[in-house]
Design a protein around this ligand. Structure first.
Ligand code: ATP
Length: 331
């Protein structure tokens, strides 16, 4: 793998508190990597160390293979977009986008070309002479992106850039950022606590917990084989069951419900009693109290499928899963 940046045994302590605990991480060039994890796990601190705003208390940070641990932020050649992407209100869109280039002493002609290139990339060339206040939130976010891209950064760092947008726009912008990343071939590092965002957007996903990396890989690999209960929980697995061989989990959509008359053999079979049936449009969300100590089991039953079960609260049923859908976990 060609690494655009590397963390080598990096730690960050604030007094007695260890926010980032001895991480080793390679950021693949030309790919989109997400740092994912619950609040406080060290995502932003890691990104700030990469950007140069915080110096690691131990370890080294390499950019393009060169030790950049003590390089100041403005010399790292990085573009950043934060959650609050404050644009300069008195400048036009084009002036905002060209600001970083002006600081770097780029000539006026070159600046004009790059500003228009960047604005075209985010689909806002027609608004170049507007002021930020005359733009929607989503458009302002695109301007912030264009501003970060205009300097042709070695790395584009995005810290929860979509969290201030409404739900629909947020989903649109995920696709937009992917498209821009593909078109430019930029190396992007995105911080998010939203697993759907990470699954949808990442080439590489890095799951963090309490300052450590718990698992790293392509979304399908991590999702298909979560390393432990924490990762599985975080990615939305719900049913945790103790079997003779250890702890396993099965996603709600991978369990089928069997009533007395229809019982087939399953690799995992959990007898129980239905405690809730919720209608959700295309599927039913069925909750079952297992007869063993497994706790509530939830399963989604697709109502479009032939032979969708008819179950009611109080029915004795068995929740079953095929071998291929049983994910074994370490704790
Ligand atoms: P969030 O999603 O909430 O932004 P995060 O994963 O980005 O969380 P960080 O911002 O990296 O988390 O913070 C990691 C831990 O370090 C937190 O417990 C935070 O309180 C602590 N922390 C961060 N910056 C400082 C600081 N300057 N001084 C002391 N503690 C800090």
């Amino acid at each position: 793998m060609n690494a655009a940046a590397q963390f080598v045994s990096v730690s960050q302590r604030f007094g007695d508190f260890t926010a980032v605990d001895d991480i080793d991480l390679s950021i693949p060039a030309g790919k989109l990597t997400t740092l994912l994890g619950p609040s406080g796990c060290g995502k932003t601190t890691s990104l700030r160390m990469l950007a140069g705003y915080t110096r690691p208390t131990a370890g080294r940070i390499l950019i393009d293979g060169v030790d950049a641990t003590t390089t100041p932020p403005e010399k790292r050649g990085l573009g950043m977009v934060f959650q609050s992407y404050a644009l300069f209100p008195h400048m036009t869109v084009a002036e905002n986008v060209g600001y970083g280039l002006k600081l770097r002493g780029t000539s006026k002609d070159e600046r004009r070309t790059r500003v228009m290139e960047s604005l075209e990339l985010v689909g806002l060339a027609h608004l170049a002479s507007r002021k930020p206040r005359a733009l929607s939130g989503g458009q302002q976010q695109r301007v912030a992106l264009a501003r970060a891209i205009a300097i042709r950064p070695k790395l584009l760092l995005l810290d929860e850039p979509l969290s201030n947008l409404d739900a629909r726009l947020r989903v649109q912008m995920r696709t937009e950022i992917r498209r821009i990343q593909h078109e430019t071939g930029l190396t992007v590092v995105l911080v998010t606590h939203d697993q759907d965002e990470a699954l949808e957007m990442s080439d590489e996903m890095v799951l963090m917990r309490e300052g450590r990396i718990m698992q790293q890989g392509a979304p399908a690999d991590v999702f298909g084989a979560p390393a432990d209960r924490f990762v599985a929980d975080f990615l939305g697995y719900e049913n945790f069951v103790r079997t003779a061989s250890g702890l396993v989990t099965v996603r709600p959509e991978h369990l089928v419900v069997e009533t007395g008359s229809s019982e087939r053999q399953h690799a995992l079979a959990l007898p129980g009693t239905v405690t809730d049936v919720a209608y959700r449009g295309v599927d039913l969300l069925i909750t079952i109290a297992a007869h063993d100590e497994s706790g509530p089991i939830t399963l989604l039953s697709d109502m479009r499928a032939d032979g969708a079960p008819r179950v009611a609260v109080g029915d004795a049923v068995t929740a079953g899963a095929a071998r291929a859908h049983i994910v074994e976990l370490s704790e």
